[in-house]
Design a protein. Sequence first.
Length: 332
Amino acid sequence: MNELKAKSTTEKTVVVPLLLIATILAGMLSPMQSAVNGQVGKQLGDGNASAVISFGSGLVVMAIVILARKSTRQQFSSIPKKIASRSLPWWNWLAGCCGAMVVFSEGASASVLGVATFQTTLISGMVISGLVCDRLGIGVAIKQPFNFPRVLGALLAIVATVLVVLPSWQAPKVIALAILPFLAGLLAGWQPAGNSAVAQETGSMLVSITWNFIVGFSILGLALLIRIGMGQVTVSLPEAWWMYLGGPLGLLSIALMALLVRGLGLLLLGLASTAGQLIGSVLIDWLIPSLGNQVYLVTVLGAVVALAGAGIAMVPSANKHVKLDELEGKNQ
């Protein structure tokens, strides 16, 4: 009995804090991805082209992973038959569209808005979307009614968005760009449900993520090809090697979150990863002045408010059982 108590105490005082720190650091991968894709979009002058490169690099990595195992090859090859059988509602197969919107908004607006403002507006949109999806029963077994903490979390998310765009209030173009990540965040609330459904249908979250990348890459690639054919854009590949890391950074984040959730649970993981996203985004803008983004006091305040809103909105769901594959879907 004493040994069990000692082990439990050690986990609470040593293991959990270490896992929280690791999750915060893993959460910083998301703003790093935004910074990379934002710079690619800035260099190429086109968010669409930046998103295609990000999805393409991630798809190459996932293709290698899928092809390396016979089981995942077979699961992936079964997708056409499963789509034709219509055993799964067709819209679940299009969840990659949400990821495409997020990555497109990174390339189109992250370099102009700054990583901190981008991440804050994205997270704010996701908080609101998550509450609505829970209320409608999208991706969850039990509908979650609106209550005071949830409504307060949504209101704080809106306040956070207003705060981070305040420094640019006199620049209509910048305000218009801020709408992109907010809308992407709203769409991202549904994406986990689609990814989880595909994972259950195919029997593999790896296959689901790969399909997610294929859908996003196909939609963005087709749009880019049409625009090139119409003479609207001329695309050249970026020269710097690190500009191809957008997709792999996203995949690394998914893998780390899938490992860390086993020791923390969904609530602590969500709070720590959100904190990492916001802390990392502020640090990137502050420590890398060459990106051309300033960190204002209201930007930091907005990030803090967004974290508070996310935390308050998550608390009512602390005791809700969530499958691991649903968590992995939320990080893509």
